[in-house]
Design a protein around this ligand. Structure first.
Ligand code: DQA
Length: 158
């Protein structure tokens, strides 16, 4: 069987990890995060590619193209979580299993972070576990896809 292949998508300002509000997002910088994701994926025998963009349209394009090269998506849409119906629609259009990750506990933060559009198309939501959340998302997909084959969107957290 081919290796499970996962596209990890990171939205705006996540390229500034490490220096950006470290009390909220931690001190690990973006390049370190990418290396950790590579390591965690290798341990799970997953082929992974990690991308980041500050532009909503890039993220929509990557989701649209994902089915030709990937089995599943891990997405931290960052601020677009709370605004982007375009990202929600793209995730619904491709119907790949998707897991939403947030480094911080958005549920305990401002009111404007209490809606997740992208999350409505995700089957799992890993929130407030720091960067380890990406590891848990990969573990979730490795387990879920070996058990059930391709999944579908589950309950939105909000
Ligand atoms: C975030 C939470 C979002 O509300 C915020 O806009 C981000 C990062 C997180 O990972 O905790 O940029 O998605």
């Amino acid at each position: 069987m081919d290796k499970l292949s996962v596209l990890v998508i990171n939205g705006p300002n996540l390229n500034m990890l490490g220096s950006r509000e470290p009390d909220i997002y931690g001190k690990t910088d973006y390049q370190q995060l990418v290396r950790l994701i590579d390591k965690w994926a290798a341990e799970l025998d997953i082929r992974v590619e990690t991308r980041q963009s500050n532009h909503e349209g890039d993220i929509v394009d990557w989701i649209q193209d994902a089915p030709s090269s990937f089995d599943a998506i891990v997405i931290n849409p960052a601020a677009y979580t709370h605004t982007s119906i375009a990202i929600l629609d793209a995730l619904k259009a491709v119907m790949l299993p998707a897991v939403e990750v947030h480094i911080s506990d958005v549920r305990a933060r401002e009111d404007f972070r209490q809606i997740s559009y992208a999350g409505m198309a995700c089957e799992e939501h890993i929130i407030g576990e720091g960067i380890e959340g990406y590891k848990h998302a990969l573990q979730y997909l490795a387990a879920a896809l070996s058990r059930d084959g391709l999944g579908g969107a589950g309950e939105p957290w909000r």
